[in-house]
Write a protein of this length. Structure first.
Length: 328
């Protein structure tokens, strides 16, 4: 009598791709064409596009997996992505992939993007164009500088110190995680990807980077630095304060919380005591006494040591255990 094989083959996850579109008529059809069979549905969100990208896809795209959604007005890439997420969830998506319609992301990398989630090693995966030096060649210099600066701010505001390239829009998220995200609170504009990381951090979700190489040709960027600079700076500041309050005072209170409080108090005392005396010395030409210098400098030195200790704890607090297996 043959022994029955008890190993059950796991059903393939339902992968749904979301493509937010605004002035992407030159590239979107080619993007859809190269999305592989691992994706069951493709949701194209026309975000009030003046070129009517949705109509173009509806008329000229032969792929039967495609669903077209439309915004009557341009609401932003974040709003378009959220609309796609919500539709994907109604279609029973296990994993939702977000890929831009500008042709800068290779759809052939989708299996690599979703693999950490399928293997249970991540809740959210994003592309990283800076993982290898040769992948940076061809990237505009200003974009390299901007991404480096934004990456550091994102590390502070999200708590994910090991990731890079935060504005990369090539992402994959487990459906269970998408279901518990507060969509009504997430930024609807260009700050969307960065704000997503903050929201994922509050859930203690595991985020992984996937090395990739961007494709630059004749596409036109709709991102204007002067327009979004204040949005990003204010957004990072707000998220940094909220993250620290939530992580170290609302949901937990540890030695690191005490270190942070003491470092702020010591810094404040050192600065408020020392700066007036520094100006007074400049005005009068009389040097501050040794006692005044020590009384101003010592709190700042101690505050720096405590801040370094806090940051060291924060570095090590990055989530490592995916949460989607425990969600029901």
């Amino acid at each position: 009598m043959n022994r029955e094989n008890t190993n059950q083959t796991k059903a393939s996850p339902n992968i749904v791709a979301v493509i937010p579109c605004y002035r992407e008529t030159r590239h979107v059809l080619n993007v859809i064409k190269h999305i592989g069979p691992e994706v069951s549905k493709i949701i194209v969100v026309d975000d009030g596009c003046p070129e009517n990208t949705g109509d173009l896809v509806e008329k000229k795209c032969p792929d039967k997996r495609t669903h077209i959604l439309r915004h009557s007005n341009n609401l932003g890439v974040g709003a378009a992505t959220i609309t796609g997420y919500q539709k994907a969830l109604t279609l029973g998506a296990d994993i939702i992939v977000k890929i831009d319609g500008d042709g800068q992301m290779d759809p052939n990398l989708i299996p690599n993007l979703i693999r950490p989630i399928i293997e249970g090693n991540a809740d959210y995966v994003k592309g990283n164009r800076f993982h290898r030096l040769d992948a940076i060649y061809g990237m505009p210099f200003l974009r390299i500088i901007g991404n480096t600066f934004l990456s550091f701010l994102t590390k502070v505001s999200s708590g994910y110190w090991s990731i890079f390239d935060p504005t990369n829009g090539f992402t994959a998220i487990h459906g269970k995680i998408a279901k518990i995200l507060p969509f009504h609170r997430i930024a609807k504009g260009y700050f969307f990807e960065t704000d997503m990381l903050f929201r994922l951090g509050t859930l203690k979700a595991v985020v992984k980077d996937m090395p990739m190489q961007a494709i630059y040709s004749n596409e036109t960027s709709h991102l204007r630095i002067s327009r979004i600079l204040s949005e990003f700076l204010i957004g990072h500041l707000k998220n940094s304060v909220k993250r620290i309050f939530i992580s170290y005072f609302l949901t937990d209170f540890t030695l690191a919380s005490v270190e942070l409080i003491l470092s702020i108090l010591l810094y404040s005392f050192g600065l408020f005591f020392g700066i007036p005396r520094w100006f007074e010395s400049i005005d009068t030409g009389i040097p501050a006494t040794a006692g005044e210098v020590i009384l101003a400098a010592l709190p700042i030195i101690l505050g720096t040591q405590l801040l370094i200790a806090f940051l060291n704890y924060d570095f090590r607090k990055t989530p490592t255990n995916p949460i989607h297996p425990s969600l029901h």
